[in-house]
Design a binder for this molecule. Structure first.
Ligand code: SAH
Length: 256
């Protein structure tokens, strides 16, 4: 999986990709992250990357030439990328499904804006995907691009130590993850759910499944489309509905 990140703050980006899960993946050659200094694609003495907006108004706009030259240089060096992505609050929302799509693309070029954003012709000329990390505005595309690099890298086999935990992560199946506990068994009067100490693998499996489902229903019901549920989960929901109709806690053993 190859990433190229184009930015005026290369050190900010390099610091992140040198550490943690992403840093280890890069050291082991599972991902290949190159950080490109936008200013090295300028051609004036002052290495100018921005200019005043046409039509007036406050702030500065990033010039188109350095970004386009950077994208062209990356393509010459590394071949045609699977996607060119412009980080922007006006873009499509980045989700786990988008992460999976970029993983398939194999090589992603990420362009980081600053100031008032990029001259709109960069998007047009490069036919770039515009991607947003959420409905808020941050000062630059670097943090947003790093979120993409991190989320996509986790999907590369071997990057996350235990392959299973990626599959279980929130969103990978359209459900949130189940609650996790570690020692001590009693923390300031708060006990770990007894089933987790029981050693009954089947009961633990069912408990976790039920809690993941319960959490998703409570917190993110929007994620629960019928197609994400398996038969066991549909049955759990039917049981809850029964409980509600009978009055919760009446008769039925919820084994949790
Ligand atoms: N005036 C612009 C925002 C500029 S913020 C507008 O309202 O659309 C400066 C840069 O930060 C943007 O060019 C973009 O690269 C990045 N950025 C800000 N918020 C972002 C978000 N939610 N997702 C992705 N990138 C974002």
């Amino acid at each position: 999986m190859k990433f190229d990140i184009v930015t005026i703050f290369p050190r900010m980006v390099e610091a992140f990709v040198a550490e943690g899960v992403v840093g280890r993946a890069a050291q082991r050659g599972l991902i290949d992250v190159r950080v490109r200094d936008l200013r090295s694609f300028t051609d004036d003495r002052h290495r100018t990357v921005d200019d005043v907006p046409y039509g007036g108004g406050p702030g500065m706009v990033m010039k188109p030439e350095p970004f386009v030259r950077a994208a062209e240089a990356i393509e010459r060096e590394r071949g045609r990328p699977g996607a060119v992505v412009l980080m922007s609050p006006q873009g499509r929302r980045f989700t786990q499904a988008e992460a999976a799509r970029f993983r398939t693309a194999g090589h992603v070029v990420l362009l980081c804006g600053r100031y008032e954003g990029l001259d709109d012709r960069v998007r047009e000329y490069l036919q770039a995907d515009e991607l947003s990390i959420g409905d808020y505005v941050i000062s630059g595309g670097e943090l947003a691009a790093l979120i993409v690099v991190d989320a996509v890298s986790r999907l590369v086999p071997g990057v996350v130590g235990d392959g299973e935990s990626v599959e279980r992560d929130s969103f990978s199946r359209g459900l949130l993850d189940f609650p996790q506990y570690t020692r001590p068994a009693d923390f300031r009067g708060l006990a770990v759910p007894a089933v987790l100490l029981s050693g009954h693998h089947e009961e633990i499996r069912r408990w976790r499944k039920r809690e993941a489902l319960r959490r998703t229903l409570e917190r993110r019901p929007d994620l629960l489309t019928p197609d994400v549920l398996d038969d066991e989960e549909r049955e759990m929901i039917r049981e809850w509905k029964g409980d509600v109709e009978e009055g919760v806690g009446h008769g039925r053993d919820r084994d949790s």
